[in-house]
Design a protein around this ligand. Structure first.
Ligand SMILES: [Ca+2]
Ligand SMILES: [Ca+2]
Ligand SMILES: [Ca+2]
Length: 923
């Protein structure tokens, strides 16, 4: 019925990709344009450059073998920060490469896990990750090679996470799993040889007794030299390992992320399905795979404002807002010692100010005075860009590495005529589309140059234009940005919170609409007030700024802005601050938005909330989406490991957006806060290389130093904070028909199963009618003795009666209890479960993750009368917790069966088990 119609409609739904990191190209088997960037705070050390080169040379060879001669690293760019000494003879000037868009970052310390390399990866199986993170220490210090493997091989492990979206085959939190009457090591492939040892003693750890799980401290030590060539996603420490686990040797039983997120598929199968290989046949070895390196350095900012002054700019107070925001940019955001030029355009372009060295307030004033005050005529964006190229060439005859900030409201059919010139210019172009009519191709300029792209609606209250300008500053952290229309005598009132991680150059920026300035009052945490007279008011623009001298006091600040005009007017406030430089790193928020171009054509919003690269948990995160028709759609994002959110408590907050409002440019920002709640930053879930505790060589145990202890949450308290982050713009080209249900419920990813006596307890987070919104109509739950059967042939598996379930709203916890059938009560057998949900339009979700229970009757021997009371309790706890699902919700399990203070070794936490039993009993 509606389905065909729906497909036709959506076949036009080709959306611009939301560019998030540098685009790596694959040409003739060689990856090009891989950018490895060193963070500003890393002390200058040319040896780091050599170590990066060494690592990539080794990685290129290894990758070539691992992919059976399909790909290697052809062209690698190493980007140095501007804090390092400039050496024009050695380092080229960077063009469109930036640290924030780099594929690999070399930066500080990650978290309590110290120097462990990892890849930030949270969009799911087969999806590209965000970046790989190495610490300088990891690159410089050879002691890590023992535990992680040679750096080049580790790089390929991380590369597989980043490029192809495969996951780890080890599980730090669940190193062993029950398999019938035995325990097995969580590894791939099963035949990777080694021994499970307790320190040097390999006789104490018995895996052959289902009644007796491996003791705490028992670890698997692989043989360093063996025949097995798999697997890189387990560990490259073993010398012979140079392949990924494939269809024939993949271990589907291991409770690892690869099985969990990739539906029991092997890493190699997922890799072969990637765009890199989908259409390629096995290749033959063809010569040198040594990468070429270009060492580049960030340079001072050389930027040209390119401002639209066509006739339409005089409408909707666009020109006034352009003045407001450009003034702010020149006065507050442009860095001292940078160069700025100003070009305006309508039918033709005008150079209003050539490249000007920014030093001191007087120069800034001159630049502000050159801003346009009149709007008339047509729109020719390319003429503006061409004049900007001339301005940007004034310093060195070149536009390479320079930037353009293009602001336009205009339709311009000729915009593509300068695409080629822009592409070859080496200039980064940031675009701001103002109002609903700007040329559709505008954002292409940003995409082809790694620039940022924003959309600001004509809604004066939404502050989009100022937020866009703020985002162009690397140093400024936005705390608050809000606005509203006030009646005469009405006030915009609110609180904000300045945490100790920020506080320098704290800037309160107030805008209004008419020539009647408002009455402003700002109170610091001690009640001291800053009034209108303390603000610096711009002559031409309706904007006032207040910079708090020194470091703004930590704590709650309040503002009140009263409309003193005789007519209503719109007023906004935006509060920004800079890192205080204290020991405490500020909380950093980043946004990421993905549009799918296959059914069900959803938008997924992700927000990363980190402090010093550690996830910040339990924050309130809301995305504020402004549609093309200036409708505001708030979307609450969760870090609960359900629906769009891959992993619970990893500092990534996620949600689907299904609520469209017309085609065109949408704009979004996120508000993140943590006020009066306990929030901790903690060592979170990561996709990274495994720290191997030791290895066997000719039968002898070689132990590595113990892995740095995972520090407890208590060591990283996060104080109250607020943040606002502009996410930029995305284009919606087709919207679903308003009267048709096109969105199925989202896939359930956190199904868990437990067995208590003979009762199975299934639990999951409810999806909704439309992805994660609303309520589903029904659940279909099936079971099988084989996990793969449920995955591949769900509808033929045995159905479980779900008539007792009345579905709850999306995000609620659902539970179903039912008894085992008599014939299922076979000791040491396994039953798998999966769920599909449907909405009232009969649209079905994907098959959920697969959960399992192991039927296990403790033998009478284990109830030995000699066993102490304490031990008996443990045995009961054991019976309950060991049958707990293994394939899903690995992290959720940790709390139940693993005492995390013990480095992830298996220890039954009695209290947790008892609590769990009580919960179940109450239910
Ligand atoms: Ca230049
Ligand atoms: Ca998450
Ligand atoms: Ca639906």
């Amino acid at each position: 019925m509606g389905t065909n119609n729906y497909l036709v409609v959506f076949s036009l739904f080709l959306l611009l990709p939301h560019l998030t990191s540098s685009k790596i190209e694959l040409v003739d088997k060689g990856y090009r344009n891989l950018v490895i960037a060193i963070h500003k705070a890393v002390p200058e050390n040319p040896q780091l450059i050599e170590k990066i080169k060494e690592m990539l040379k080794e990685a290129s060879n290894y990758l070539y073998v691992a992919t059976k001669f399909r790909v290697f690293f052809k062209d690698v760019k190493i980007l140095l920060p501007d804090t390092w000494t400039t050496k024009p003879d050695l380092y080229r000037k960077a063009t469109t490469e930036t640290y924030s868009r780099a594929n690999v970052i070399i930066a500080g310390q990650k978290n309590s896990k110290g120097d462990e390399p990892y890849t930030l990866q949270y969009e799911g199986c087969g999806k590209e990750g965000r970046y790989i993170h190495f610490t300088p220490n990891f690159l410089l210090n050879d002691k890590f090679i023992q535990a992680y493997g040679p750096r080049g091989k580790v790089f390929v492990h991380e590369w597989a996470h980043l490029r192809w979206g495969v996951f780890n085959e080890y599980n730090e939190y669940q190193p062993f799993y029950r398999d019938g009457e035995h325990y097995r090591v969580t590894k791939c492939p099963k035949d990777l040889s080694g021994k499970v040892c307790f320190g040097n003693d390999c006789s104490k750890c018995n895996l052959e007794n289902a009644n007796d799980p491996p003791k705490e401290g028992c670890v698997f030590l692989p043989e360093k030299y063996q025949e097995t060539s798999s697997s890189i996603m387990y560990t490259p420490v073993v010398k012979s390992v140079n392949q990924f686990c494939n269809k024939s040797n993949h271990n589907q039983d291991a409770p690892n992320d690869q099985n969990k997120f990739c539906k029991l598929k092997s890493a190699w199968e997922v890799i072969l399905e990637s765009e890199d290989f989908r259409n390629a046949n096995e290749a033959t070895d063809s010569g040198s795979v040594e990468p070429q390196f270009t060492v580049m350095q960030e340079s001072q900012t050389i930027l040209c404002l390119v401002l639209d002054i066509s006739g339409s700019m005089s409408g909707s107070q666009r020109l006034e807002r352009l003045q407001q925001s450009s003034t702010l940019f020149i006065e507050k955001i442009a860095k001292e010692e940078s160069f700025i030029g100003i070009v305006t355009f309508n039918n033709i372009a005008y150079v209003k100010k050539g490249l000007t060295y920014v030093s001191g307030d007087d120069v800034r004033k001159i630049l502000v005075n050159a801003l346009p005050t009149k709007a008339e005529g047509g729109t020719n964006i390319c003429s503006g860009i061409r004049d900007a190229f001339e301005v940007l060439s004034e310093d060195d005859g070149s536009t390479e590495g320079d930037e353009i900030l293009l602001l336009t409201d205009g339709e311009d059919s000729g915009i593509s005529s300068c695409f080629e010139a822009v592409k070859t210019s080496g200039t980064i172009v940031h675009t701001i589309a103002l109002g609903p009519s700007a040329a559709k191709e505008l954002e292409m300029l940003s995409e082809m140059t790694n620039g940022k792209k924003y959309y600001a609606s004509d809604n004066f209250n939404s502050n989009g234009l100022l937020e866009a300008f703020m985002e162009l500053s690397e140093e400024q952290i936005q705390l608050e940005s809000t606005g509203g229309t006030q009646k005469p005598g009405g006030s915009l009132v609110g609180d904000t919170y300045i945490d100790s991680g920020v506080g320098f150059n704290t800037n309160f920026l107030v805008t209004w609409q008419t020539n009647v300035k408002p009455d402003i009052s700002i109170s610091d945490p001690d009640g001291n007030k800053y009034l209108t007279k303390d603000f610096k008011l711009e002559e031409k623009a309706t904007v006032g700024t207040l910079i708090i001298p020194g470091k703004a006091k930590t704590g709650k600040w309040s503002y009140r802005i009263e409309n003193t005009a005789h007519q209503p007017q719109s007023m906004t406030i935006s509060i920004t601050s800079q890192p205080s430089g204290a020991q405490s790193e500020p909380v950093i928020v980043k946004t990421n938005l993905q549009q799918t171009n296959e059914p069900p054509y959803t938008v997924v919003i992700y927000v990363e909330v980190f402090k010093n690269f550690m996830p910040v948990r339990h924050a309130n995160v809301t995305a504020i989406i402004e549609t093309a028709n200036t409708k505001i759609i708030p979307v609450i994002l969760k870090d609960n490991g359900a629906a769009a959110d891959l992993v619970k408590d990893d500092g990534i907050y996620s949600s689907f957006m299904t609520d469209y409002d017309g085609t065109g440019r949408y704009n979004f920002k996120v508000q993140v806060s943590k006020l009066h709640t306990e929030t901790k930053a903690a060592a979170g879930h990561t996709s990274g290389a495994m720290y191997v505790q030791g290895y066997l060589e000719n039968g002898t145990v070689h132990l590595n130093p113990p892995k740095p202890v995972v520090v407890d949450d208590e060591d990283f308290p996060v104080e109250d904070f607020v943040r606002t982050k502009s996410g930029g713009t995305f284009m919606v080209k087709v919207v679903p028909p308003a009267n048709q249900d096109v969105f199925p419920p989202c896939q359930i990813t956190d199904l868990s199963a437990e067995l208590l006596n003979n009762t199975v307890i299934l639990a999951w987070t409810a999806p909704g009618d439309d992805m994660d919104k609303g309520t589903v109509a029904e659940y279909e739950i099936r079971k099988s003795k084989q996990a793969v059967h449920l995955r591949d042939n769900f509808h033929n598996a045995t159905q479980i009666n779900t008539s007792s379930i009345i579905p709850l709203a999306a995000g609620s916890r659902e539970q179903l209890l039912f008894d085992l059938e008599e014939e299922e009560k076979v000791n040491n057998s396994v039953i798998f479960f999966a769920v599909v949900s449907r909405d009232e339009s009969l649209l079905s979700s994907d098959v959920s993750n697969i959960a399992q229970v192991v039927i296990y009757h403790p033998s009478p021997k284990s109830r030995d009368p000699d066993t102490s009371n304490q031990n008996r309790k443990l045995t009961v706890g054991l019976a309950v917790s060991l049958v707990t699902i293994i394939l899903c919700s690995v992290l959720g399990l940790i709390a139940l069966i693993i005492n995390k203070r013990n480095s992830g070794m298996m220890v039954l936490d009695e209290e947790h088990v008892r609590k769990k039993l009580n919960i179940v009993a109450e239910a």
